[in-house]
Design a protein around this ligand. Structure first.
Ligand code: ADP
Ligand code: MG
Length: 320
């Protein structure tokens, strides 16, 4: 099987706390996954589970503590800085922080065209940029000479996607790309991802805490919890029939209509975060409705069952 991106045993430890109480948390703990050509692969999980850290490691913005990454079958040494090439581009959560408010947005596009020598003349450059903008439903005339604040958040996010497409990448890494976009425009952006996959064969590493859009766009999905991938497989298997108790909890919490409830969940989560990262055995043991003694001391291995990987002792028992 062809793999565009392959990540093996990726680990990142961070020091936290102060000089008196120094602790180290493993924000990304032995994470392995791959992304195939023309596939949308999603990393999903609540805030603080290690999604952004994983993205930064893959992009080379942070150095991994351990692990290897392959792009098109080529290894990238941990220190190599040239990982972010024409072939891999990133899209971030806040389009307003992607663009300097004092620069016109078109200047970014022209700069990329120049840096990668993608056009022979200004006319060529404009045609190339216009073609990318049309993919996201805009045109060169719509944006030439304008500053970021002249666009809505949704438009600016489309523009940042068009900008990522200028180099004709094969892989887009999108970290929470719709979480700051109005709910009414979210679907149009995730639909755009589907079109890029289907029409241009682009792969997307889609990072989100939103299972509804994840279900809608993903081919395969990995559920993260406190630095670990706890369940991974096709989106139908993982979200329609979740096996890991945490995936079940997450899936059942999708329609959180009551705002009071949502607030309460967030508070407990924040307080638990460090405690759970430091936990021996399974990181979910403290909240798991199916917890067993072994969970509190032994880290579960990845169990392969029905084409899904589940990191849970329940299934080790089942397989025996
Ligand atoms: N630079 C850093 N220094 C120390 N801890 C960090 C740093 N970056 C992230 N973390 C910690 O790593 C964990 C995972 O964070 P992050 O990858 O941002 O999660 P997510 O994107 O899923 O919300 C969190 O507990 C966070 O506090
Ligand atoms: Mg994040």
């Amino acid at each position: 099987m062809e793999k565009l991106l392959e990540v093996n045993n990726l680990t990142k430890r961070y020091a936290q706390g102060n000089v008196l109480a120094r602790i180290s948390i493993t924000a990304v703990d032995n994470v392995s996954f791959y992304v195939k050509p023309a596939e949308i692969f999603t990393l999903a999980g609540e805030s603080g589970c290690g999604k952004t850290t994983t993205a930064k490691l893959v992009l080379g913005f942070e150095e991994a503590t351990a692990g290897t990454m392959l792009h098109n079958g080529n290894t990238r040494s941990r220190r190599e800085k040239t990982w972010l090439t024409k072939g891999v581009q990133a899209i971030f959560q806040d389009p307003f922080s992607t663009f300097n408010p004092l620069r016109t947005v078109d200047s970014y596009f022209h700069e990329t065209v120049r840096n990668f020598r993608l056009a022979r003349s200004k006319k060529d450059a404009i045609a190339h940029i216009d073609q990318k903008l049309r993919l996201v439903g805009l045109t060169y005339e719509d944006f030439a000479g304008k500053y970021p604040n002249e666009f809505s958040g949704g438009q600016l996010q489309r523009i940042s996607i068009a900008r990522a497409l200028v180099t004709d990448p094969k892989l887009l890494i999108a970290d929470e790309p719709v979480s700051m976009v109005d709910a009414s425009l979210r679907m149009s952006i995730v639909n755009l991802f589907k079109r890029l996959r289907d029409e241009l064969g682009v792969s997307i590493l889609y990072i989100t805490h939103d299972l509804a859009t994840a279900y809608y766009v993903s081919d395969r999905i990995a559920i993260m919890f406190r630095g670990n991938i706890v369940e991974m497989g096709t989106v139908e298997r993982v979200l329609m029939n979740p096996r890991h108790p945490y995936s079940q909890l997450l899936r059942d919490s999708i329609p959180q209509a009551d705002p009071k409830k949502r607030w309460a969940t967030k508070v407990t989560l924040a307080e638990l975060e460090q405690e759970e990262y430091l936990r021996q055995g399974c990181k979910f043991a403290g909240r798991c409705p199916d917890v067993m003694d072994v969970c509190k001391s032994v880290v579960p291995t990845d169990i392969h069952i029905d084409d899904v990987f589940v990191k849970c002792h329940l299934y080790a028992e089942e397989k025996k």
